[in-house]
Design a protein around this ligand. Structure first.
Ligand code: ATR
Length: 271
């Protein structure tokens, strides 16, 4: 039987997920389709009722539905509960299971691109939005001893710090540059530096060469932040890999194959 899955969002045209899953479907010669679906907020609950009846095995979920699908699901994984949002749904026996794979996607990408990364070093996270939430949860689960959040809106950083344990603290943006000296990992989870967005202004003079710098922005692939860090000898981790790795659990559930994240996939997604 043909397997069906897709991605829902509003807007949806920008999503790379159809290319990504489409590549895997062809590569593993699977009888299946993965489709982008433009779903507005008012259509969301009806869509979740209808798609399983049409034979869909599951969905990826993007802006603005990640929190709403978490609330509409029948069952949620621990890692979705931690961040109160979901990006992967599986339909089974009339129930909806919600998972959040952003955090493990981030970690898998980090481990693949920066084998030198040491989990026992403190991490500095720029941003306090949905992406930061998933990444901080995953870093703490991995065993990072301390996470410092730096955000334009201090109150949002405080809210996030309260959500986690005492291993998370906040810091004003002005203190981020000198604090780099005490951190083994710097992660940009904001949209700063993305094509069409304002630049990310951060002086990297205090960065050690053994620091790992990671960006979730992947347009451009090599962001100005990563370029600056690389020029200073740091290990850099581009953001496209997180997108690729977060897709693995869904594809495995729906299509029954554990897919590879490799250069061929990168090329297919960027084409
Ligand atoms: P996401 O779910 O992708 O994380 P989000 O929840 O809208 O998206 O969060 C975006 C993050 O980028 C926030 O940390 C935001 O800072 P604020 O909390 O102060 O809004 C940050 N961000 C976006 N544009 C920014 C800008 N021009 N300057 C500084 N920070 C910015």
């Amino acid at each position: 039987m043909t397997c069906l899955a897709g991605v829902i969002g509003d807007p949806i045209a920008q999503s790379r997920s159809p290319r990504l899953h489409g590549h895997w479907l062809r590569r593993y010669e699977i009888d299946g389709h993965y489709v982008p679906l433009h779903v507005t907020r008012d259509m969301l609950s009806q869509t979740l009722e209808t798609l399983p009846k049409l034979g869909f095995q599951g969905l990826n979920v993007t802006i603005p539905h990640k929190e709403a699908v978490f609330r509409l699901a029948n069952d949620v994984t621990e890692r979705a509960r931690e961040v109160e949002a979901a990006n992967t749904l599986t339909f089974r026996d009339g129930r909806i299971l919600a998972d959040n794979t952003d955090g493990i996607g981030f970690i898998a990408n980090l481990r693949q691109q920066a084998p030198v990364w040491q989990v026992n070093a403190p991490a500095l996270v720029l941003g306090a939005g949905g992406a930061a939430r998933g990444i901080i949860a995953a870093l703490l689960n991995e065993g990072v001893p301390r996470v410092t959040i730096v955000n334009r809106t201090a109150a949002r950083a405080e809210t996030l710090a309260d959500l986690f344990d005492r291993r998370v603290r906040t810091m004003p943006w002005e203190m981020a540059s000198p604090a780099l000296a005490d951190h083994g990992l710097l992660v940009n989870t904001t949209s700063l530096g993305m094509t069409g967005q304002p630049p990310l202004v951060l002086d990297l003079a205090a960065l050690h060469a053994d620091t790992t710098v990671s960006d979730i922005v992947y347009t451009p692939l090599m962001t100005p932040l990563l370029k600056d860090a690389q020029d200073r000898g740091a290990t850099v981790v581009e953001g496209l890999g997180m997108l690729l790795h977060q897709a693995v659990p869904g594809f495995t559930e729906w299509f029954g194959v554990v897919p590879d994240v490799d250069d061929e996939l990168r090329a297919a997604v960027l084409a």
